[in-house]
Design a binder for this molecule. Structure first.
Ligand code: 2P0
Length: 325
């Protein structure tokens, strides 16, 4: 009844932005990501029939309140599926995802938790079932079940049974890299969950966002298959800008960028003007991730490090899917 799992985080190139069902975490649109080897979570889950409640440690510290409740509710779903209600767990989770880098540790965290808890309860599930289960902890986490380029199919069923991720290509298909420019460790002003909801409910740009996704997805998958870096990068950058445009039109409007965010965007455009292929993407926070090819690693690192307000630059390759140890 004890299992350890390791899962990597992922960066979306076609963003998940907006839910059609908040309880089951069903998205309005398909999304596509790259799993990253540099950032991961290791989680050990042990169930015991004699225990009377779940205990959750994150980086060796006991967690309480809302964060623990989210883990407990997620375990409730897994216990129900396994027919093991009434058995409680001790969970030890260690994040190797620098919070300041602006990666959602919830993606690697919930993927590792789902895999470890399912295995510890003897639940036999395919990767597809594991992805659909993981999705109910945190949407973007369902993509971390797989390595390489991954698509989350939104599905159409009301019960969410066809909303899960599938692998587009394994990590060794193409050596594409991601540099994370670290700006700020300040807490986000608008959490992504709240930001998505406000955008869906109020932004007049939101319907255009949803309509734009199928063309972006088809084009980026073609680019990935043909290893066309300019195509993949330019679609990812445009998709990110379109997602952020929806927040500017929300009521009340909000914006995730800071001054340094804009400086990095300019620096990436300057790299391109100098013949270095590089493209940016930004999630629900101020930090910027830059896509590049391995031969330009040092140029990209130096350019990003030279920008005032950039505290650190962390480089990563494509990573593997979730594994149980
Ligand atoms: C993504 N984001 O595709 C998008 C891009 C942020 C911007 O998925 O509510 O932590 O747990 O499903 O997955 C962040 O949202 O949200 C996210 P929930 P999640 O990566």
């Amino acid at each position: 009844m004890k299992t350890t799992a390791k899962a990597h985080t992922n960066i979306a190139l076609i963003k998940y932005w907006g839910k059609r069902d908040e309880s089951l975490i069903l998205p309005m649109n398909n999304s596509l990501s790259l799993t990253l080897d540099g950032f991961y979570t290791e989680t050990t889950v042990e169930f015991h029939d004699d225990w009377t409640e779940d205990v959750f440690y994150l980086n060796d510290e006991a967690v309480s309140g809302g964060e623990r409740n989210r883990v407990v509710s997620f375990l409730d779903r897994i216990r129900k599926k396994a027919g093991k209600e009434g058995t409680y767990a001790e969970i030890h989770s260690v994040n190797h995802v620098p919070t300041a880098a602006g990666f959602a540790s919830s993606a690697s965290g919930f993927a590792a938790l789902a895999a470890a808890a399912a295995r510890a309860l003897g639940l036999e599930c395919s990767n597809q079932e594991l992805s659909a289960l993981t999705r109910q902890g945190s949407g973007s986490a369902c993509r971390s079940v797989y390595g390489g380029f991954v698509e989350w199919e939104k599905g159409t069923r009301a019960d969410g049974s066809d909303s899960y991720a599938v692998q587009v290509t394994p990590p060794d298909h193409w050596d594409i890299r991601v540099a994370a420019a670290v700006l700020s460790s300040d807490a986000k002003k608008v959490l992504s969950r709240e930001g998505m909801k406000r955008t869906v409910d109020t932004s007049p740009f939101y319907p255009s966002w949803v309509e734009s996704i199928p063309a972006d997805l088809a084009a980026i998958k073609d680019g990935i298959m043909r290893k066309d870096f300019e195509k993949v990068g330019s679609i990812a950058e445009a998709n990110c800008l379109r997602m952020h445009a929806t927040t500017l039109a929300a009521d009340p409007p909000f914006m995730y960028w800071q001054n340094t965010t804009l400086l990095i965007m300019e620096a990436v455009r300057a790299l391109r003007a100098d013949g270095v292929p590089a493209y940016f993407t930004i999630d629900a926070g101020p930090n910027v991730k830059v896509l590049y090819l391995p031969e330009y690693e040092e140029i990209v690192r130096q350019k990003l490090r030279s920008i005032p307000g950039v505290h650190d630059v962390i480089m990563s390759k494509a990573g593997q899917g979730v594994t149980c140890m």
